[in-house]
Design a protein around this ligand. Sequence first.
Ligand code: UD1
Length: 422
Amino acid sequence: MDSILVTGNGPLSGQIPIAGAKNACLTLMPATLLSEEPLTLTNAPRLSDIKTMTALLQSLGAEVSALQDGQVIAMSSHNLTSHVADYDIVRKMRASNLVLGPLLARFGQAVVSLPGGCAIGARPMDLHVEGLEALGAEIELKDGYLHAKTSGGLKGAVHEMRFASVGATENIVMAATLAKGTTVLKNAAREPEIVDLVECLRKMGAQISGEGSSTIEIQGVDRLHGATHQVVTDRIELGTYMLAPAICGGEVELLGGRMRLVESFAAKLDAAGISVTETDKGLKVARKNGRVTSVDVVTEPFPGFPTDLQAQMMALMCTVEGVSVLEERIFENRFMHAPELVRMGANIEVHGGTATVTGVERLKGARVMATDLRASVSLILAGLAAEGETTVSRVYHLDRGYEHVVRKLEGVGAKIERIKSE
Ligand code: UD1
């Protein structure tokens, strides 16, 4: 297995282009199942998770082609041959569950394996199931698969989610586009990826309002048509690279970045002594004079501080002056990066969902192991700030969510290379 070798070497400067959002693309791709006509996505990120979704859609009979070096994904679902999402594909990535709503809406039936993905907690499917049942689906769990069907098609309903789950919101909204009548989804998630999905569905002829707020209203239509849609900027990749000059010093411009995508995260950086300014090309991030100071973080659904930036923020907090408390409220087991950061000399104590980090003068390079997608990149950030060499193994996690990480960081002056396994 490949590893990444990072050598800490001081301030960074230059520009980093930010890709299209992985999490948006992974929900936009299954939207193809809702229509017989082609759906084309531009600004797609080049990631192994996108290949996994491609394989899943192809296993259902969809045609999926990557064009322009993978930045354009052309899809057609005019001739689907299966409504079964197999365990062997779904176990690789939780987002595979996003075929459930579209398959059910278009064919009245779907069989979807319970998902896999990052081992960051239990991550059940109950909120998806409850929402789809409210639309009239009958769903049972048999042999590790959700078997869903409708008699006479889905019907619009008023449904309030117990928690604003991102994936459940996406599945329910997609299913409701083809249901009979009006669906009102309350306590819906408000993430930018949901807004992006709704904008695409609208181009396909769906009638939806309220996206970005906690109540989304969907007026069902008989059929959806083809569309072309540009994937929104990846706010998690953006936030991750915003932390590179924060942790190493220097000034970096993140091309394509927008403040509205990272408002609460940028506010925390500002409080810590990092300046973030919007330019006509993106976001410029620079460390203000002096050492960065500690800030406390609580992860929350959007627009709160994103759980997907908690590990990377912890890497920064390991190097600052003072004590910071990071509270993880979205996933119950998302501090697996902490023991690895401790191997690099960090001072972290974890109690349940709270990590207390006391900043140290300098981290030290070490051999560390990536345990999940965001943890892997937090170790790279820590390595950039550490004295000596850090080797991060198990980088297949990284390949799921960050394209060209070595090229992007090298471009701003980091010393980083990928070591190919024999
Ligand atoms: C999405 C993102 C992921 C991000 C997460 C939270 C994608 C592909 N992934 O994941 O990167 O970390 O949002 O911002 O977009 N839950 C239940 N029952 C359910 C569904 C979820 O209890 O039926 C719980 C989960 O266990 C978790 C919490 O709700 O504790 C948040 O999950 P959810 O918002 O659904 O995240 P995902 O859509 O899986």
